[in-house]
Design a protein around this ligand. Sequence first.
Ligand code: HEM
Length: 436
Amino acid sequence: MYNASPDAYKQMMAQDSVGDIDKPADAVTLTFFGQNVVTSTGAMWKKHRKIAAPAFNQETYADVWNVTASLYHQMQSSEAWKAGDVINFPAFNRFTTRMALLVIAACGFDMRIGWEESPSYPGLHSTIDQVIVTVSSNLLIRIVAPEWVLSIPSAAMRTIKVAYADLRQYLTAEISSKRADVQKRKAVGGMTESTDRNVFGRLVAASEAEGSAGLDESELMGNLFIFLFAGHETTAHTLVVTLALLAVHPEEQERIYRHVSDVVGDREPTFQDFSDLNPVLHAFSEAMRLYPPAYVQIRSPTADVVIQYNDVDRPEITHDVFVAKGTMMCMDQVGLNRNPRMFPQPDEFIPSRWDGKTTDDLLPFSFGPRVCLGKKFALVEAVCFLTHLLRDWRVEIDLSGFASFQDWRAEHLYPTMGVTLKTGDVPLRMVKRSRC
Ligand code: HEM
């Protein structure tokens, strides 16, 4: 059964894993490093969520802002950004991917890698940032292909196989070093460090706990992997799409620029500004509505359920839909987010449609008890990055060779559906604003 009704989606997801709706076990595929908070169901999911959730707090979000801002400034000082006042980037998504990866590495794992650094670790075949990018950009092969496919003697398969082995080796070494660190502090009765409270610290500590509250080694590994992956791909793609859509809607971009200038003037934007930067947030939300990265959620009722929806022509009338136990439900995020009943002119980029709405209305992050754990993390990172960039640069696209924006969009913003929904390389032109 396909669902593109936001009302029905909210009703179903409100019961997700706590009522009569659950993830069907055979629809879950990201378990090759071990069960984790995304893949597990029932009591196991509750345990994983309880362990990881406290790591997502105001202290973390302030860190996300500061790390993103610092990486932005480092990026600005790098060679690629010194090419002049007008710079053409053939694949701007590489910048947003690197940004999002380094932010989750720093704020989730305390791996503080500079913009131009590529740390290598003993025994790994490439630098750790390359390893993570190779692993996450080849997830689909890993999911759909049987294990033996990785042994096919081809350079591509070897690269993937080696990257997976390297990531496992790296995470194992990081776990040992974190454990040794915590033990040392405990032995001298020392205080816990703030890094013990980030998601990595909490997961490692939980792996030391005994009984049903603890994580076994495979669950620990599974969660570390999922946070690295979920924590960067989705944000990176939405960021580049936001910039491309603002490039073809210069009036929206100018509105944001004026707002940012009014709020922060010439000073450095800070985390305290976050709640005053709604136009930036709304541009990101609107891009995510049009291109929802997690484009489908599969659910199945564990008992017969009844869903209500309002009549299309007479919304005051409610209909019941009976959904039998075991029905496979495909929650279609593209359909939900382009449903004209909730989003008039659904295919248009209209950031102001989010004015007066709350982030509960942002269905691309899901809804209910299993709403995305990294939602605010992603929003803070996005608002910080976009605020800095759009204040310093005007973003444009090069339409030469294209009859219209539609043609450009069909070529460069064509979504492909792999593990997440993403586009190919997005070429963008940056034109320096006079204040920098
Ligand atoms: C634009 C960015 C993001 C989008 C659109 C997004 C979207 C989603 C969606 C739709 C789900 C529900 C999936 C399902 O139930 O089948 C989800 C779950 C999750 N996300 Fe995100 N996500 C984003 C960023 C992040 C970040 C930055 C992190 C971590 C730092 C993260 C961590 C998680 C986790 C751990 C879950 C599982 C929650 C649970 O099942 O209890 N996400 N995300």
